[in-house]
Design a protein around this ligand. Structure first.
Ligand SMILES: [Zn+2]
Length: 892
């Protein structure tokens, strides 16, 4: 997630705050962390919430330990209208206090006592009201099918929109939530209802059980005409005495579609309990399908919230939706241990939540749905993160936080995917059982409290007994950005074969980064099949040699066995030629690492298009979808940025057609009874690549034929979308939009206004983003209309990036509609806005106009400084590679 406000030179300000506060005289608001001498111990949130209104109101009471004599405390609150604040001292005497919006942009407030109070336990009582938020943060309102709903999204720093708070993860306290809502509304919260009463005037008051200690960002409640569906009970086991009451909470009329998701929950929970040796601790569990949502899902203790399409499914749902649903649910439930039971101390350690949930999700998926191949997701997602991590402007896993913008941008691929890959690498290094022992000790030691990176690394080290070198190695990946590159050369001239290893930092062509960086890398090399064929060594110096066991000179080797290592590799030419001759001996994960090595070499300018396309010929025949499709990233780059003539495009089309078309034809375009979800996913990926990407006429004709049936109107004027293969609906409609323009755009916009089904909406939105010519602008304007949900807006603005003409048109529109885009985005995804405006650019002019436009606007767009730096750097790297590559290599 990303949102809220950054401005000013935070670093300089922050330095003077901390010193000023020691004296207590300076009243500058703390824009980084709260000072820590006022600590919340418990909250009561007593709110009156009617989603039909525009505002909500209530009383928040916070018990606070005042640790030093003070005449004020610092807290958070944003857009709150506080009518009174009372401070009740330890003797029970009430004092009127003042609520001062000290830094409104950041949401920092000061409570002035009017006199100095000695250290003691206080109660702060706030009477207030606030508007329902319309940017999906805090307590926000959405209307679906004419019915209003109110629900929360607090992470990372939006609790301050919903109630006065010490809105930082380090403060964990119990919460008592009391909601007064209209009689006919359903209300849910983190815990079950303890008691309820009605006032006889149309309102009921629901008193929820007190929560376990939670940080503000995990507080959750929702009010609306929800369908509530029982998922039964998750039985007790060795780790938990009480059953867990499981329920699905769906928008009105959608309850029957939440059963598929609920049917997966018990086995996920039990798998996690078994791993951690620690029972689910939050009593009941509700999974809620949100009508509109900012992130994918949110791990609120006991009330996990999801985008609707991740929860609502039936037998006709697209295969990727079903897989995503499982994976995201496993991720959120994994958080109930890492994130909820143990919470990060401060935002620089958000990886303790997100990297661990990502890593654990892969474990759960591998166990429960081995056919989903989480082992390959692990590799391809880590390789995806390497692209971003190769930028000079990349974040570190533990990036220091200098203001709200850094908090918003911390939820990126570095935290999630690189973090998960680094954890997996060190898990493999110490051994899976040893690592689990460390994890169990970590959860026990910090349950219902907070932790830092050193606590985690220390717990693993204690279990493994590997000492300082291990900690140093782990920290070398946490505290510095960048992708290590290991260069290898086999030397069989001596009595024993040895592998010479050298480490550098991987930098793409045109990068200004410093290549000298050292990591502690567990390097594992394969020289033969199976476990016995793998040898590992910690590489923590610039160069080292690895003595290869067995005595014989191996016929080939693979420098990243099982693709466990978070590093790229570059092989001596002779060695690479030998590996090319033995690709069949590699497992699928290693083939993905091989594909990445080719991609890395291409982006470094080491090989040309012709050599890069060799990988397509080598890998496309693989039976495994992920391996066969792995070279398509580089292919797409060459197609978009390098191919200039009809002959070059024809050559690429021929290659694509020879490598992939027979496979698509064999699968056909119609969903077959009992086919595997992998076949379905292969079909949509190939149809997208061949039909929409390189535009093979035969594929387009087949997709168009299916689209024509889907676009037929019935008697009620509705489209017949069920006529299309649900896995191809997006590709079908995209081709129809591209080929036919206005009539199809008209039909889809009309249908969107009547469709609540999220998968169908997503397919239509994806297709509309391809609208050609004048229709493109119409679609972009439509993105700003209330018919398009806030969380859907970006989907309509992502097309037209493959050509300079398309990018120019989008840029012109964007500049003219900037204020409207930002108003809808709010502070939620503002770090992403520069990418939205200029992502996909590939010329110095693209980079310069982006910089010129955003630089004066950064103060009002939290997190956009990093978004701008990364987008600009990516554009410049693309331009440098384009300049260096010789397009004639395509036809060579
Ligand atoms: Zn997460």
């Amino acid at each position: 997630m990303r949102r809220l406000t950054h401005t000013l030179a935070f670093t300089a300000l922050a330095a003077c705050f901390s010193s000023a506060f020691a004296g207590g005289a300076d009243m500058k608001p703390p824009l980084e962390r709260l000072p820590g001498w006022a600590v919340p111990e418990a909250y009561t949130l007593d709110l009156r919430v009617d989603p039909a209104q525009t505002r909500f109101a209530g009383v928040t009471t916070i018990r606070v330990e005042l640790k030093k004599a003070a005449d004020h405390v610092w807290m958070h609150g944003k857009d709150l209208k506080v009518s009174s604040v009372r401070v009740i001292d330890a003797k029970g005497v009430s004092h009127a206090a003042q609520y001062v919006n000290a830094a409104p942009k950041q949401g920092v407030v000061r409570i002035d006592f009017g006199k100095t109070l000695q250290p003691q336990e206080l109660k702060l009582v706030f009477d207030y009201s606030a508007p329902f938020n319309h940017q999906l943060q805090g307590l926000y309102k959405v209307t679906r099918d004419g019915r209003p709903y109110a629900m929360t999204q607090m992470e990372p720093i939006s609790a301050r929109y919903a109630f006065p708070s010490f809105d930082e993860p380090g403060f964990k306290t119990p919460y008592k939530i009391v909601l007064t809502v209209p009689n006919d509304e359903v209300a849910v919260a983190n815990t079950a209802i303890a008691k309820s009463s009605k006032d006889g005037k149309g309102w009921k008051t629901l008193d929820f059980k007190t929560t376990q200690p939670l940080p503000t960002y995990l507080v959750a409640f929702a009010v609306g005409p929800w369908d509530v569906v029982s998922g039964g009970e998750i039985k007790p086991n060795a780790w938990r005495k009480e059953p867990i009451r499981l329920r699905g909470i769906a928008p009105h009329g959608e309850g029957s579609r939440i059963h598929i998701a609920l049917s997966e929950t018990p086995v996920i929970i039990q798998t996690l309990e078994q791993y951690y040796g620690f029972g689910y601790p939050f009593g009941k569990l509700d999974l809620l399908a949100a009508p509109d949502f900012s992130a994918g899902a949110m791990e609120n203790a006991g009330l996990v919230t999801f985008r609707d399409w991740l929860m609502l499914m039936d037998k006709n749902s697209p295969s990727d939706a079903v897989r995503n649903s499982f994976n995201v649910q496993a991720h959120e439930l994994a958080h109930q241990w890492t994130g909820d039971t143990v919470t990060l101390d401060w935002w620089n350690d958000i990886w303790l939540n997100e990297a661990f949930a990502t890593w654990m999700q892969q474990k759960v998926t591998a166990k429960v749905h081995p056919e989903y191949r989480a082992d390959l997701d692990r590799v391809s997602r880590a390789e995806g993160a390497m692209g971003n991590d190769s930028l000079v402007s990349a974040r570190k896993i533990r990036q220091p936080i200098t203001g709200n913008g850094d908090i918003q941008t911390a939820f990126d691929g570095i935290t999630y995917q690189k973090g998960a890959a680094v954890i997996g690498m060190f898990e493999h290094y110490v051994g899976v059982d040893t690592f689990r022992k460390g994890m169990r000790a970590y959860i026990q030691a910090h349950k219902f409290g907070n932790a830092k990176a050193s606590d985690l690394v220390g717990a693993i080290d204690k279990a493994a007994g590997k000492g300082e070198a291990f900690k140093h190695a782990f920290n070398s990946f946490l505290d510095q950005s960048g992708v290590p590159m290991v260069s290898t050369r086999l030397d069989c001239s001596g009595t024993h074969p040895v592998l010479h290893l050298t480490q550098d930092r991987y930098l793409p062509l045109g990068s200004s980064g410093d290549p000298n960086r050292l990591w502690g890398i567990p390097v594992c090399v394969r020289t033969g099949a199976g476990k016995a064929g793998v040898q590992c060594q910690m590489l923590d110096s610039k160069t080292a040699t690895m003595q290869l066991s067995g005595g014989q000179c191996p016929a080939w080797y693979m420098p990243n066995a099982d693709a466990r290592g978070y590093y790229r590799f570059s092989m001596d030419k002779t060695d690479l030629a030998k590996l090319n001759g033995h690709l069949g001996a590699l497992n699928d994960a290693e083939k993905l690492a091989y594909a990445d090595a080719v991609k890395a070499a291409f982006h470094r300018g080491d090989i040309d298009a012709s050599a890069a396309m060799e990988a397509v010929r080598r890998l496309a025949p693989s039976k495994t979808r992920q391996v066969a499709l792995a070279p398509l990233d580089t292919f797409a780059w060459i197609w978009k940025h390098e191919a200039q003539t009809d002959a070059q495009r024809a050559a690429l089309r021929k290659l694509a057609s020879e490598a992939y078309l027979p496979r698509l034809q064999k699968l056909g375009y119609v969903k077959r009874k009992g086919e595997s979800s992998d076949d379905a996913l292969t079909r949509s990926a190939l149809a997208g690549f061949l039909g929409v990407g390189v535009k093979l006429p035969a594929v387009r004709a087949a997709l168009l034929q299916q689209a024509d049936r889907a676009l037929e109107k019935n008697a009620k004027g509705r489209l017949n979308l069920a006529a299309a293969n649900p896995d191809l609906l997006s590709e079908d409609l995209t081709v129809a939009v591209e080929e036919k323009g206005k009539p199809v755009v008209d039909a889809l916009i009309a249908e969107l206004n009547k469709t609540t089904d999220a998968d169908r909406r997503n397919a239509m939105l994806a297709a509309l983003s391809h609208a050609p010519g004048a229709q493109a602008e119409r679609v972009w304007n439509f993105a700003l209309s209330p018919q398009v949900k806030v969380g859907e807006m970006f989907r309509l603005l992502t097309g037209h990036r493959d050509t300079q003409q398309g990018r120019d048109a989008l840029w012109t529109w964007f500049k003219g509609h900037y204020d409207q885009v930002v108003k809808r985005t709010g502070t939620f995804a503002s770090g992403y806005v520069p990418n939205l405006a200029g992502g996909g650019g590939c010329s110095m002019a693209d980079a310069e106009r982006l910089q010129a436009f955003f630089t004066p606007r950064l103060d009002d767009l939290p997190g956009a400084d990093r978004g701008l730096a990364q987008t600009t750097e990516s554009i410049k790297l693309c331009a440098a590679l384009k300049k260096a590559q010789d397009p004639s290599a395509i036809t060579r």
